[in-house]
Design a protein around this ligand. Structure first.
Ligand SMILES: O=C(O)C(=O)[C@@H](O)CO
Ligand code: MG
Length: 264
């Protein structure tokens, strides 16, 4: 059976890092990508980013809400932090402003690490209340919010542990505005049984990201059975974007061979 062509987008925080940020857009287009995503657009003016996208003929698929610097308490987002509500709201407003200016379909609202001394119930209640507030703002901006569960090995204390939790929050606050970002890397590390795990939350899934554990390199370098995963996505009619959020094992271009059989 011939596989249909999937739509892969390049995560420019992870791919083409051999180049300065501004040069990654043309490199992604030259490698055959039609879309890009990256966590943080905030160091650049929206007009500058729009020009880079237009010149390269690329679609901006996704950005994240602002996160703090590596090592800070906000490095994995602010959504579950009881004492950072004003900062969280400012970040959502900023994210919506950029998503709108860049025509990005998705704003990933990054969940955050539960602070020491804060109970899980308290952090989770704050998380749900914050996502509910953000959903109201996103509704009027016409941007879809995404929620992602992260694995406990890389992000201990991350507020969302499982795909089902992410789907439950999306459902509770309004699935017409909020969906699940299903990242195969995180899902494999903590949950496994990937096809069943995906199917359980499929009605809420709006975007996919891929990387192969344990090293988070490109598909084919690790433990996931990608031919079965892609065959399942094809058989079940997945037609959304698939974000390549992996660290190339050597160079970005040398590591793109895996994509050929899924794009032609
Ligand atoms: O780490 C991931 O996985 C992501 O999708 C990041 O954008 C979240 O910080
Ligand atoms: Mg991810």
């Amino acid at each position: 059976m011939t596989e249909p062509a999937f739509r892969f987008d390049a995560n420019l925080k992870w791919l083409f890092t051999e180049l300065p940020f501004e040069e990654r857009f043309d490199a992604a287009a030259a490698a055959g990508f039609e879309g890009v995503e990256y966590a943080s657009p905030y160091d650049h003016e929206p007009a500058v980013l729009s020009k880079l996208l237009t010149d390269a003929g690329l679609t901006q698929v996704l950005i994240n809400t602002p996160m703090g610097p590596p090592g800070s308490a906000t490095r994995s987002g602010l959504a579950c932090l009881p004492d950072a509500v004003a900062e969280f709201r400012d970040g959502v407003e900023r994210g919506l402003e950029y998503a709108t200016a860049l025509n990005a379909a998705f704003l990933h609202v990054v969940g955050g690490l539960r602070p020491e001394g804060v109970s899980r119930d308290r952090a989770f209640a704050r998380y749900v209340a914050n996502i509910g507030w953000a959903a109201e703002r996103a509704r009027s901006a016409g941007v879809r919010l995404l929620l992602e569960a992260q694995n406990k090995r890389d992000a201990p204390r991350f507020i969302l542990d499982t795909q089902e939790q992410a789907a439950a929050v999306a459902e509770a606050v309004g699935a017409e505005t909020v969906g699940v970002l299903f990242d195969f890397y995180h899902a494999q590390i903590d949950e496994g049984d990937l096809i069943t795990t995906l199917d359980r939350v499929r009605p809420w899934v709006s975007h996919l990201q891929i990387a192969d554990p344990p090293s988070r390199h490109e598909p084919g370098t690790g433990e996931i059975g990608w031919p079965a995963i892609f065959a399942h996505l094809a058989a079940t009619g997945y037609d959304g974007w698939i974000g390549c959020e992996y660290a190339p094992a050597t160079t970005t271009v040398a590591g793109l061979g895996w994509m050929k059989e899924y794009t032609s």
